[in-house]
Write a protein of this length. Structure first.
Length: 714
């Protein structure tokens, strides 16, 4: 009991009874204060003074206190060998005393040390022994700290449910003691445990509470810890703006605190790099990722080094620094093959390299890598195999082998379905739907898109939700389901902005603008397209700039401002010069040809139609082929070459009907109406006009109203 009372007096729990106790307590508190202010060398010097004073006076309990403080401080400085020596000496003294509380305290300190070193099994053994000794003593602080540290062990072992149980017991003990610092720590761990059990909302609330508590109690080390934890969770939820605010605060604290756990610092830097990449700030993305790479190498953390190399390659690829990206991916793959036994991450690195080759139009190299992934993944990694099959399908699609692409994608889809990978399923269904639409028309794609929409209810990822909604909105526009399409477009744009995904925002703004144009609101479309083009130029995305400029020209065409439309189509064609896909250039040429035709410039229109039609046919772009054939038919009517006009219109109508392309079908029928009118067959001309009017009305195309008025006058 005398020893217990001495410890209480030394730690400030009871008044000191002697000048020696007063001085020892002063040194202990002064060292803690210096450590709190990040004056670590001064704190170490003060603790050592206390240790010397306790030794000189033969006070083993006092020695234990200072040895524990020294060991904790040396651990903070990553001076692990020195720390372990001091902590083991404290344990030896405690064991000699036979006092349960002293032994529990020494074991607790050793357990915390082993946790810092990521020696989880050893930490668990020390902490369980400490807790077993502490419970009978009735020392709520010792028991609470033992429970909190042991909860850390279970969190690291992916057992958040049991960690939660321990933390709830610990918080009751600490609330009784009213120790703000300890309560704050428990709140932070409770947040992590709730997130681990799937209660993300509750977890984020606890983490936010821990951050506020650490700020109020002036504990920058804890504020750093919980700011990073909450930022990581927000990052996973794709709330990048809020995550980056917390990361920036943590960066300021990092500079203030100095010595931090290497693993925490590196992974935090990696997340920040990826977050900045996703919001389009490549300079900061490179800075943070390179810092993570340097720290991982310095700490000998090969697994984190490989992750950093893959992230670095992704950033370099986005900057079109292809040589550098290839080197980064190759280094990562070598690390996984030689030093790291993590097949899933090795597969990811190989897929990244294959996608790099694909982006550079090196299809053979890409296919070689993707086939290697299938060999590496084997039967033990169905998800890795599915990822590779999906990439192989994308290569085949680019080569125009859509049937083979769908076959590979269908195999991948079955693997995803068996593994309940719903997010991957809905993304892949959009790819399959787009390919089916190109091969067989809108009707063939409808089932895939509708299945993706149904599955979307089980997908939390906002990136995937935005992608699916945007794709389905375009399909529904073509089907005339404009209210649903508009709702989906608006939500997909909102999600892109929420995620700070600038490319997705630009793409979806452009698609929504096209929706407004084809439903008779070109002025609203122009506003959206101007915003979209501004973003695309910032991103230096030449394809988006070209396509969106073409659509802007279409808006002005619908306003009958043909000169402005002509100039914009010219810009789109100029932008398309550097694009590898000639089908886009053919689309722009056909659109410009129609603009020439509207101005009576028949020869110029004919020249562009002659250039675009063969390219669209060769690319298998049936919708573009149908559009150009209808325009050629319209030109032939103007030239009074009625048989040729009828032939072109009939072919356009057949293609459009087969593909479920109602707009193209209606346009072709209108050409046939013009042919019959020119031949003097007024009744037949009106019948065709009614058929076209019905199709335009389904699509909410304003041409339907114009035709209805014309038919009423007839």
């Amino acid at each position: 009991m005398a020893l217990r009372n001495f410890l209480s007096r030394l730690t400030g729990a009871e008044p000191a009874l002697s000048p020696l106790e007063t001085e020892l307590r002063r040194l202990s508190e002064s060292g803690d204060a210096a450590r709190h202010d990040n004056q670590l060398d001064l704190a170490l010097d003060i603790y050592r003074q206390g240790l010397t004073l306790a030794r000189d006076n033969g006070l083993t309990a006092g020695q234990e206190i200072f040895l524990g403080q020294i060991g904790a401080l040396l651990t903070q400085q990553s001076r692990f060998d020195e720390a372990e020596t001091n902590l083991n000496e404290a344990l030896a003294l405690a064991n000699e005393s036979g006092d349960a509380a002293r032994r529990a305290r020494a074991l607790l300190n050793l357990g915390a040390y082993q946790l810092r070193r990521e020696n989880v099994a050893q930490a668990q053994r020390h902490l369980e022994q400490s807790l077993e000794l502490a419970r009978p003593t009735g020392d709520s602080t010792l028991v609470g700290l033992g429970l909190a540290n042991l909860a850390d062990v279970y969190l690291k072992q992916d057992n958040p449910t049991y960690a939660l149980r321990l933390l709830k017991e610990a918080i009751m003990l600490f609330q009784t003691s009213r120790n703000t610092g300890q309560i704050t720590y428990i709140f932070g761990r409770l947040g992590q445990a709730h997130i681990g059990t799937g209660e993300a909302d509750k977890g984020r609330k606890y983490l936010a509470q821990a951050i506020r508590g650490s700020q109020e109690s002036n504990q920058p080390d804890q504020e750093f810890l919980w700011s990073n934890a909450l930022a990581d969770e927000l990052y996973k939820e794709s709330q990048l703006g809020e995550a980056l605010k917390l990361y920036e605060r943590a960066e300021a604290l990092r500079a203030q605190l100095g010595n931090l756990p290497a693993n925490l610092g590196v992974r935090n830097l990696l997340n920040q790099g990826t977050a900045f990449q996703r919001v389009g700030d490549n300079d900061k993305a490179l800075d943070f990722t390179n810092r993570a790479l340097e720290q991982a190498r310095a700490a000998g953390q090969a697994d984190v080094e490989a992750l950093a190399l893959v992230n670095l390659g992704s950033i370099e690829q986005g900057l079109k620094q292809y040589g550098e990206a290839e080197a980064s991916y190759t280094q990562a793959i070598a690390l996984y093959a030689e030093r790291i036994k993590n097949q899933a991450e090795r597969v990811n690195a190989m897929l990244a390299l294959g996608s790099l080759y694909q982006e550079q139009h090196q299809s053979d190299k890409a296919m070689e890598i993707f086939n290697q992934v299938i060999e590496v993944a084997s039967a033990n990694d169905p998800i890795g195999r599915a990822h590779a099959l999906r990439r192989i399908g994308s290569v085949l699609e680019k080569q125009g082998n859509l049937a083979e692409a769908i076959e590979k994608w269908s195999e991948a889809l079955a693997l995803y379905e068996r593994a309940a990978e719903t997010t991957a399923m809905v993304r892949l269904l959009c790819d399959i739907g787009a390919a089916r639409r190109t091969l067989s028309g809108i009707g063939a794609a409808l089932q895939d898109y509708e299945r993706a929409t149904v599955l979307l209810t089980n997908v939390k990822d906002p990136n995937t939700r935005g992608l699916v909604l945007s794709n389905v909105a375009t399909l529904y526009t073509d089907l005339g389901q404009v209210e649903t399409a508009q709702s989906f477009y608006q939500e997909s744009i909102q999600l892109a902005r929420q995620l700070a995904n600038r490319r997705a925002e630009s793409l979806r703004l452009g698609n929504f603008a096209w929706f407004y144009i084809v439903t008779g609101k070109p002025s609203e479309g122009i506003k959206l397209l101007e915003d979209a083009i501004a973003i695309s130029r910032q991103l230096d995305d030449k394809l988006l700039v070209a396509v969106q400029t073409n659509n802007l020209a279409l808006a002005y065409y619908e306003l009958r401002d043909y000169k402005t439309a002509e100039g914009l189509y010219g810009q789109a064609l100029a932008a398309a010069e550097s694009l590898s896909e000639t089908r886009w250039r053919a689309i722009f040429q056909s659109n410009l040809g129609r603009t020439y035709l509207a101005q009576g410039r028949k020869d110029e229109a004919q020249a562009l139609f002659d250039q675009s039609l063969p390219v669209s046919r060769a690319a298998g772009d049936q919708e573009a082929t149908a559009r150009t054939l209808a325009r050629i038919g319209e030109l032939r009517v103007v030239e009074n070459k009625l048989d040729e006009a009828d032939q072109a219109a009939r072919e356009a109508e057949t293609i459009a009907r087969k593909w479920g392309y109602r707009k193209g079908q209606a346009d072709a029928i209108m050409v046939r109406s013009g042919v019959e009118r020119a031949r003097g067959n007024q009744e037949q001309a009106e019948r065709h006009m009614r058929d076209a009017q019905r199709l335009y009305a389904i699509l909410h195309d304003p041409t339907a109203n114009e035709l209805a008025q014309a038919l009423n006058k007839a």
